[in-house]
Design a protein around this ligand. Structure first.
Ligand code: CA
Length: 228
């Protein structure tokens, strides 16, 4: 499955060049031209990686990153900084930036950094069918969209990741600890209660009767099992 990259960059020329290069490498690329739009997209859809300019209209790259982390979105991020721009890299690293590139940079260098980060990112997105259907729910992995009876279902990035992991491991019993590890990642600090809350939210959005789930089942004492 193609990895999804969100490019948040306000310079049209650079956006065009980088989007072309990334697409030619097989990535699915979405663009945002300002920080607010970037935050909105990164929260609402699943991405494997963010390429985030620091100097952005409406909300700068660091503020976008901080807001994302506060909302529990742990998508890896490469920050783009302008030459001569004084950047507090320590602040950036604390906020969870994975790498920096100073403009102007070679696109080959950006590709190498992206590959390095994606290699060490837990593969939540192992290849499966591009469109997965259960009941009246349709999960389109290429576009990272979910519909139910033809209507768009709004999932947060985390809910989407959780759903994908359940689908990829259908019929397996998954413990809360395993879900935390695989979906939230080792550097996040949520509790197993977080898993229950997100399972509950997915059931609300996807189950015909959330109180009597038929797809996302509780296995008492063990965890959850997806039977879609
Ligand atoms: Ca800029």
């Amino acid at each position: 499955m193609n990895r999804r990259i969100l490019l948040v960059e306000d310079e049209p020329g650079l956006t065009l060049i980088l989007s072309d290069v990334l697409r030619s490498e097989g990535y699915v690329v979405e663009n945002a031209q300002d920080g607010e739009r970037g935050l909105q997209l990164a929260t609402g859809e699943y991405f494997d990686l963010l390429v985030l300019d620091v100097g952005l209209p409406k909300k700068n790259g660091f503020d976008v990153l901080r807001d994302l982390r506060q909302r529990g979105v742990t998508t890896p991020a490469i920050m783009l900084t302008a030459r001569g721009q004084v950047v507090d890299k320590i602040l950036g690293l604390k906020l969870g930036a994975d790498d920096y590139l100073t403009k102007p940079f070679d696109t080959g260098e950006l590709l190498a950094r992206i590959e390095a980060i994606l290699r060490r990112t837990p593969a939540v997105t192992t290849p499966t069918a591009e469109v997965y259907v259960f009941g009246d729910v349709r999960v389109d992995s290429r576009r990272a969209t979910v519909t139910r009876a033809g209507e768009a279902v709004e999932l947060t990035a985390r809910e989407y990741q959780l759903l994908r992991f359940l689908i990829e491991n259908r019929e397996s019993v998954l413990s809360r600890d395993e879900l935390l590890d695989k979906v939230w990642g080792y550097d996040a600090m949520p509790t197993t209660r977080t898993v229950d809350v997100h399972i509950g939210l997915l059931r609300q959005k996807l189950e015909p009767n959330p109180r009597l789930p038929q797809y996302i089942l509780t296995v008492h004492g063990l965890g959850y099992k997806f039977l879609g």
